[in-house]
Design a protein around this ligand. Structure first.
Ligand code: RIB
Length: 317
C-alpha cells in the first residue's frame, strides 16, 4: 500500500457513520492454537482452549461498531452461557443486540484450530443460527428498512437470507452478500444482491464458471454471469479485485506479520458494508477494508482481534 492508498483509506474512514444491519450468524469460537494442523486420523497437542466471540455476521457487526458505525445485529443465540457471552461482547463494542432472538437450543459454535503459519480450519455447529426463519426476518423488516446497507452471509438458511434481501430491496436498502460458507445461490437471491463479496472458489461456484484470478477477462466474465452489477473478489494477502460496470480494478493488501487470519474476511466485509452505507466508492471502501482486515490478522481470534477507528487511523499513518 502506498501513501495515496493510505490517504484514500483515511478519507473513507472519516466518512463512515451511516447505520448498518448485519443479519445472520453468531458463534462461540472454541479456539486452540497448535504448531501444525493435524492430518486425517492424527492427534496433535494444542494450547489451552479459548472461547471467543465469533460468527461471520456478528464479526461484521463488531467491525462496523468498532469503526464508530451505528450497527444493528439480527440473529439468534441459545439461552445459555455462550449466548450471553456473545450478546455481552457485541454490546460492549456498541452493537445494538435488541433484535437477536434467544432460543431454547444451544448457541452456534465453531471449532477452530490455528497453526503456526496463521492458517486455520473451522467446523461449524449451527445451533441457534439454524432457527432464524424468514418469518423472524419479516418481523424485523422495519429495522432493515432503516439501514444504510444490509450485510448477509450464508451461515443461516438460504430462505432466511433471501427473505432479508427481499425486505432490504423493497425498502431501497443496498444488499451486500458474502457468499461464505460457499453455496450455490438462487437466481432470485442474485437478483436481490447489489454487491457480491466472494473469493475465487465462491465466484466459481456462483457463476458456474472456472475462475483463474490471473486471467482478468475470465474474472470479469464470471462476475457478469452472476448478473450482479458490483462485486469484490478477495485474494487474501494479494489484495482484492473490484468489479463495477463490467470493469475490474485491483486494490492492494497491507503487509503485516499475521498470527491468526480467523475473521479477517468478516472484518473486510463489515468495513466494506459500512463504507457502502456511507456512500463511499467500492474501491475506496475496499482500500479501507484491506487495512482493517490486515490489523485483525495481527492478534488471535475474530472479534477479539478487531481494531477501533482510532487504532486503524494509527495503523494508516
Ligand atoms: O469467518 C470466521 C468465522 O467463521 C468464525 O468467527 C466462526 O464463528 C465462523 O463463523
Amino acid at each position: 500500500m502506498n501513501v495515496a492508498d493510505r490517504g484514500r483509506a483515511l478519507e473513507a474512514l472519516d466518512r463512515l457513520g451511516a447505520p448498518v444491519v448485519a443479519l445472520g450468524s453468531l458463534n462461540a469460537d472454541l479456539t486452540v492454537t497448535t504448531q501444525r494442523l493435524p492430518g486425517p486420523g492424527e492427534t496433535v497437542v494444542g494450547s489451552d482452549l479459548r472461547i471467543l466471540p465469533g460468527g461471520k455476521s456478528a464479526n461484521q457487526a463488531a467491525t462496523a461498531a468498532l469503526l464508530g458505525v451505528p450497527t444493528v445485529m439480527i440473529g439468534a443465540v441459545g439461552r445459555d452461557g455462550n449466548g450471553q457471552l456473545l450478546l455481552e461482547s457485541l454490546a460492549l463494542k456498541g452493537v445494538d443486540t435488541r433484535h437477536v432472538y434467544e432460543r431454547e437450543v444451544a448457541t452456534g459454535t465453531a471449532m477452530i484450530t490455528v497453526d503456526g503459519a496463521a492458517e486455520n480450519t473451522i467446523v461449524i455447529s449451527p445451533g441457534a443460527n439454524a432457527t432464524l426463519t424468514p418469518a423472524d426476518v419479516v418481523d424485523k423488516a422495519q429495522v432493515i428498512a432503516e439501514a444504510g446497507a444490509l450485510g448477509l452471509c450464508l451461515e443461516v438458511s438460504l430462505e432466511t437470507v433471501t427473505a432479508a434481501a427481499r425486505c432490504a430491496h423493497e425498502a431501497g436498502v443496498p444488499v451486500v452478500l458474502n457468499v461464505s460458507p460457499a453455496r450455490q445461490l438462487s437466481p432470485e437471491l442474485l437478483e436481490l444482491t447489489d454487491v457480491l463479496i466472494v473469493n475465487q472458489h465462491e465466484l466459481s461456484l456462483v457463476s458456474g464458471q472456472s475462475v483463474d484470478t490471473a486471467d482478468l477477462e475470465q474474472v470479469a466474465k464470471a462476475f457478469m454471469a452472476t448478473g450482479v452489477k458490483r462485486g469484490v473478489l478477495t485474494l487474501g494477502g494479494a489484495g482484492s479485485l473490484i468489479y463495477e460496470e463490467g470493469r475490474l480494478e485491483w486494490v492492494a493488501a497491507f503487509k503485516v506479520n499475521p498470527v491468526d487470519t480467523t475473521g479477517a474476511g468478516d472484518s473486510f466485509m463489515g468495513t466494506l458494508l459500512s463504507a457502502l452505507a456511507a456512500g463511499v466508492s467500492l474501491a475506496d471502501g475496499a482500500t479501507l477494508a484491506a487495512a482493517v482486515a490486515a490489523c485483525s490478522t495481527t492478534k488471535v481470534g475474530a472479534q477479539a482481534s478487531y481494531a477501533s477507528a482510532d487504532e486503524v487511523r494509527e495503523f494508516l499513518k
